[in-house]
Write a protein that binds this ligand. Structure first.
Ligand code: COA
Length: 235
């Protein structure tokens, strides 16, 4: 049986896949950096998201979870965890005043998210030869990074709870907007952030080659980016 357009209904927009359209000059730069025989290097393209954190009232943390700010005990747990993504960086972050909200179950950390004031960062806390400092933040803004839920706890709403809790706590500290970078390839994180009200701002291109680093900001209100992101309908 053949089905024509009239029978199959209006054409649906294609779901967003892969990456949003990026400027050719940065794609060329990514390629050049990739090929450079310089030893350690980093390049990344991220979407800058902004979440306005309105007043949602108090948040209750359901059993069996609890929450805490990461102190020396939690930092040790994060460092020693087999899924640790940033060992040694955690302590550096805490030492300079970045804060980390942890969801715990008993004495075990289930997931966490870091944030800082002042400026954004990439490879946050990885040391001066690796960390890339981004744009300065405005008063009332916080930069949130390194959201991580350990594997066995994913898909159960822990990240949703953690973020709602973080926004609630930040609101109490007069923070109105949370900025975060998400890789366009990280669909799980992108969907989560959009579901929590994040709005795409612009693409951010970051490069580091040994001691040199550079941040390029894509256009603000990038129409192609906004159209691409709109296809991620929060569930
Ligand atoms: C991305 C990440 C933080 C999501 O954490 P998570 O705890 O699985 O997220 P949640 O459970 O809150 O939400 C994920 C999905 O589970 C669903 N979910 C929420 N509560 C649920 C429940 N009780 N039962 C089943 N599913 C549920 C959500 O609807 C959501 O689905 P959707 O994304 O299709 O809309 C996690 O996968 C992770 O740590 N990844 C690695 C690190 C990373 O990528 N971090 C982000 C860097 S920007």
């Amino acid at each position: 049986m053949t089905v024509n357009r009239a029978q199959s209904g209006p054409k649906q927009p294609k779901p967003a896949t892969g990456y949003p359209p990026r400027d050719f000059k940065f794609l060329a730069m990514n390629f050049a950096v990739r090929l450079m025989p310089t030893g350690w290097k980093y390049w990344g393209n991220s979407i800058l998201l902004k979440t306005s954190i309105g007043d949602s009232g108090p948040i209750s943390v359901p059993e069996p979870y609890s929450w805490t700010w990461a102190g020396p005990e939690e930092i040790k747990l994060l460092d020693r965890h087999p899924e640790a993504t940033s060992p040694t960086a955690y302590a550096r972050r805490a030492a300079r005043g970045d804060r980390c909200l942890c969801i715990k179950q008993g004495s075990e950390v289930v997931g966490y998210r870091w944030f800082k004031l002042g400026t954004g960062c990439i490879l946050c806390g990885f040391g001066p030869d690796m960390e890339i400092t981004l744009f300065p933040l405005k008063p009332g803004q916080a930069f949130s990074y390194d959201l991580f839920i350990y594997r066995k706890y994913r898909g159960q709403g822990v990240a949703t709870l953690l973020n709602n809790l973080l926004y609630h706590v930040l609101r109490e500290e007069d923070i109105k907007e949370v900025l975060a970078l998400v890789s366009p390839a990280n669909h799980a994180a992108l969907r989560l952030n959009l579901r929590l009200g994040a709005q795409p701002q612009r693409l951010v291109y970051t490069y580091r080659i040994r001691g040199w680093s550079k941040v390029f900001l894509g256009p603000e209100g990038d129409r192609r980016l906004i159209e691409w992101v709109q296809q991620f309908k929060p569930s």
